[in-house]
Design a protein around this ligand. Structure first.
Ligand SMILES: Nc1ncnc2c1ncn2[C@@H]1O[C@H](COP(=O)(O)OP(=O)(O)OP(=O)(O)O)[C@@H](O)[C@H]1O
Length: 301
């Protein structure tokens, strides 16, 4: 039985959640995200080279890839934050090229780098972002206060965000992204700066939100978390989808153990030892050695 058939309120833990959600959705489920042949250029550089994607309610999609592969660009295009693309993007049944707003109120987003209004207190910020998504101010404040308290920040609610640590800010961003109970949640490195206990809490929250039918689009470089929580993993390499399937399917295809090893093999990365050695040797080079090397280079034809 797949999670698309049932949305249990008493969901399984992170450890066994993956197996429960690795099945494809049943025929009746409508995709909440549909992307066809998505292409994007920045100037003359083509960043996305024809992405096809579908996401269904209840899925956590681990969207992974090397630095610069195009993960954030894809998320920003789906969110309507980045303009100018070729291909087709549909979110919650709406072709986003028509520029409507309705679907945006059903989306939550934690960006990779938070642009947060840090002169506001946490309470003010959550009330403000809740209102942007259509919640009444009092409801947004009340819900925000409760979410922050659950993250252990009850003492900080009325402090200005510019006095928060990195992890505390991340908890505010996470709370702001889900305050309006969105149907689709985009997360770009959501665990950045969080301590081990908070990571465990967020993993459980994501598993439970998916069990309640939310679609979660999860970009991260922390492979063991992606491996554990994702019902489906999409590997982007050089602007193209290099693999798309459950962790078990990827494993069967690549005969590698962990997602980290699968990732390294599929992206052709096996040079970590050589690079690390060269890096350390470069650090140890003296000014004289660097000058000698530069003079050798100028002599070469
Ligand atoms: N505003 C921009 N203008 C020009 N080029 C950009 C812009 N934004 C992104 N790029 C380029 O697009 C490519 C993909 O960037 P993107 O941020 O989507 O990668 P990513 O997969 O999210 O990487 P990372 O894992 O490092 O966050 C990179 O080559 C980047 O330099």
């Amino acid at each position: 039985m797949s999670s698309f058939d049932t949305h249990p309120t008493n969901s399984s833990s992170v450890q066994d959640g993956r197996q429960n959600r690795s099945q494809p959705p049943d025929g009746s489920a409508q995709p909440v995200i549909r992307v066809r042949n998505l292409r994007k250029w920045y100037g003359s550089k083509q960043v996305l080279k024809g992405i096809d994607l579908e996401a269904y309610p209840g899925q956590i999609i681990g969207y992974i890839g090397p630095n610069g592969a195009g993960k954030s660009t894809t998320q920003k295009l789906l969110l309507g934050l980045e303009q100018g693309y070729d291909g087709y993007i549909e979110v919650l049944g709406q072709d986003i090229s028509y520029g409507g707003y309705e679907y945006k109120s059903r989306i939550g987003y934690v960006p990779e780098t938070a642009e947060i209004y840090d002169m506001l207190t946490a309470r003010e910020y959550l009330a403000f972002s809740g209102q942007l998504y259509g919640l009444p101010r009092e409801a947004a404040e009340r819900k925000g206060e409760r979410l922050l308290a659950l993250f252990g920040l009850e003492e900080m609610v009325d402090r200005r965000i510019d006095s928060f640590s990195k992890g505390m800010r991340q908890k505010v961003m996470l709370s702001a992204a889900v305050l309006h109970d969105p149907d689709v949640i985009f997360l770009d490195e959501p665990l950045s700066g969080l301590d081990a206990g908070s990571v465990a809490v967020v993993k459980e929250i994501l598993t439970r939100l998916a069990a309640r039918g939310k679609a979660i689009f999860y970009s991260s470089h922390i492979m063991d978390v992606v491996e554990k929580i994702s019902s489906r993993i999409v590997l982007l390499h050089d602007g193209q989808v290099a693999a798309d399937g459950s962790f078990a399917e990827l494993q069967a295809r690549s005969e590698e153990g962990s997602l980290e090893r699968i990732f390294n093999r599929m992206t052709g990365f096996d040079e970590q030892e050589a690079i690390a050695e060269q890096f350390c040797s470069t650090i140890a080079m003296t000014p004289e050695q660097l000058a000698a090397e530069a003079s050798e280079e100028t002599k070469r034809p």
